[in-house]
Ligand binder design. Structure first.
Ligand SMILES: [Zn+2]
Length: 212
C-alpha cells in the first residue's frame, strides 16, 4: 500500500506482483487511469496473510510472476499500453491455471477515489521476516528514516567478529561466516541477516554491529 500511494502521488506506473505458496498475481497500475491496488485489494492486514517465510513459495511461480512483471515494465518503458492495466492476472500452480480478472477503478476507493473514508492505516515494522532462503530464516532491519552510516566502522566490527566480507561497494557490503550466517549492510542503514534461528539472536547481532 505504501508503494501504491507513493506511485499515485508521483504519477509513476506501478507493476504490482505477489506470490506465496502456489498462488501469484500481477497487475499494472497507471495512476489516474486504472484501478489502484486499493481499489481491488484494499484494507487487507498483511499480518493476517500467510507469508512465504512460513508457507513457502513455489520457486517456479516466482519466476513466472517476475517475468510477467518485467514484460509489463518493458511495455510501460516503451510507451505501449500494458497488457495488465485494469486486469489482474491470477496464477494458480495447483492446476497451472492463468486467469485474467477485469478490474475497475472504484469511486469509493479511499486512496484514488472520491470516498471520504480514511485510507487503511499503514504501520511501520522495523524488523521484517522475509522469504527464507535455502530453509534459513531471513530478517530485514530497516531504520524509520534513511541513515548515512559509516560503513567502514561496521565492516571492522563484522570482521572482528570473525566474518569474511566477500563483496563491498560504496552503498554497502556483504559478509559470510563459518557459522552459516550471511548478511548485508547498506549505507542507508538497511541490514539483511540470514541464518539466525530466532528473531532475538538476529536482533542482538544487529545491535552489536550497528550499535555505537
Ligand atoms: Zn484506488
Amino acid at each position: 500500500y505504501a508503494l501504491n500511494r507513493a506511485c499515485l502521488e508521483s504519477g509513476t506506473p506501478l507493476i504490482h506482483g505477489a506470490a506465496v505458496a502456489y498462488n501469484g498475481n500481477v497487475s499494472t497500475i497507471i495512476p489516474g487511469k486504472t484501478a489502484c491496488l486499493e481499489c481491488f485489494q484494499g484494507g487487507i492486514d498483511d499480518s493476517e496473510l500467510p507469508t512465504c517465510a512460513v508457507v513457502g513459495v513455489h520457486p517456479s511461480l516466482v519466476n513466472v510472476i517476475g517475468s510477467m512483471m518485467a514484460s509489463e515494465a518493458v511495455r510501460v518503458l516503451a510507451g505501449l499500453m500494458p497488457v495488465l492495466a485494469d486486469r489482474l492476472m491470477f496464477v494458480d500452480f495447483h492446476d497451472l491455471s492463468f486467469d485474467v480478472i477485469k478490474l475497475m477503478r472504484s469511486e469509493r476507493c479511499p486512496v484514488c477515489g472520491e470516498s471520504d473514508r480514511e485510507p487503511y492505516q499503514l504501520t511501520f515494522e522495523p524488523i521484517v521476516e522475509i522469504c527464507g532462503r535455502e530453509g534459513r530464516r531471513v530478517f530485514v532491519f530497516q531504520p524509520d528514516e534513511s541513515l548515512d552510516i559509516e560503513l567502514f566502522r561496521v565492516l571492522e566490527k563484522v570482521e572482528k567478529l570473525g566474518y569474511e566480507v566477500f563483496a563491498q561497494g560504496m552503498l554497502g557490503f556483504s559478509f559470510v561466516g563459518s557459522d552459516g550466517v550471511k548478511g548485508s549492510v547498506l549505507k542507508s542503514g538497511i541490514t539483511i541477516l540470514e541464518g539466525f534461528n530466532t528473531r532475538d539472536s538476529a536482533t542482538r547481532f544487529h545491535a552489536n554491529i550497528l550499535g555505537s
